[in-house]
Design a binder for this molecule. Structure first.
Ligand code: HEM
Length: 216
């Protein structure tokens, strides 16, 4: 409790917790994105992939508990930091510029964070707390061929890409990596990573809506 307590007492400590949990969540997202891209190989490949995952049994539960813990740590610490920032700046600036190091990307973090949270709740209801005997390809087609749900997914995934683009950049700032020479490269890397993630995820609802043969 000592280390966790002292981390939570300082703003730098809380930012490090955000960075570490954000990095691990991004690794989950990367594997989930790679797993989802199996859907581009056709329904049989996608269903076989999902069945193999389920056959891992107890390991899946352990992984899920770890993932839930990470999400909770990231959300709760984010809320604490947001409230502390509000207290530190009681009077809102009248001019809406990014002076003082607060960029547009960083200002939208709490909002994109809330959109992602709502998305995850809806997404788990859609795909996790569901009848596991239905082949995953059928589930994706059945749900995402509804335009309203598909557009909700696309909107949330754009918010996710925006959140990742800033989050990935600030992650390196939080661990103290701030080098004039490498900063532009890091910024580009964060942008490429978030656009790649967003695009691959978004292709699934888009293909379900527009393609007659996707996952059929
Ligand atoms: C179009 C985009 C996405 C599709 C089609 C998709 C599809 C799926 C499917 C089919 C499952 C169930 C896997 C199974 O148990 O067989 C799943 C689980 C999950 N997804 Fe997604 N996903 C998408 C995007 C996302 C995003 C952006 C996030 C996070 C921000 C996310 C978080 C999760 C989580 C936390 C689970 C539960 C993991 C588990 O039960 O072990 N997904 N997703």
């Amino acid at each position: 409790m000592g280390l966790i307590g002292s981390l939570y007492r300082s703003s730098v400590g809380k930012k490090s917790i955000m960075a570490a949990s954000g990095l691990l969540l991004s690794l989950f997202l990367l594997t989930h994105m790679l797993g989802n891209s199996v859907s581009f190989l056709g329904r049989n490949a996608f269903n076989t992939y999902a069945e193999r995952l389920h056959s891992l049994g107890v390991l899946v539960y352990i992984f899920e508990i770890g993932l839930l813990t990470l999400f909770l740590i990231h959300i709760i610490t984010g809320i604490i930091l947001y409230l502390e920032n509000l207290q530190a700046r009681p009077a809102r600036y009248s001019v809406n510029t990014s002076e003082g190091g607060r960029s547009w990307g960083s200002r939208t973090m709490p909002y994109t964070g809330v959109i992602i949270l709502i998305f995850i709740i809806v997404h788990l209801m859609n795909f996790h707390f569901t009848d596991k005997s239905v082949p995953v390809a059928d589930l994706v087609r059945e749900l995402l061929s509804s335009p309203s749900l598909a557009f909700f997914y696309i909107f949330s995934l754009v918010a996710l890409a925006l959140h990742l683009s800033h989050g990935f950049w600030s992650l390196f700032q939080s661990i103290g990596f701030n080098h004039e020479k490498y900063n532009p490269l890091l910024m580009k890397g964060a942008l490429v990573f978030s656009i790649l993630m967003g695009t691959v995820f978004i292709l699934i609802p888009v293909l379900t809506l527009v393609s007659r043969s996707f996952l059929l």
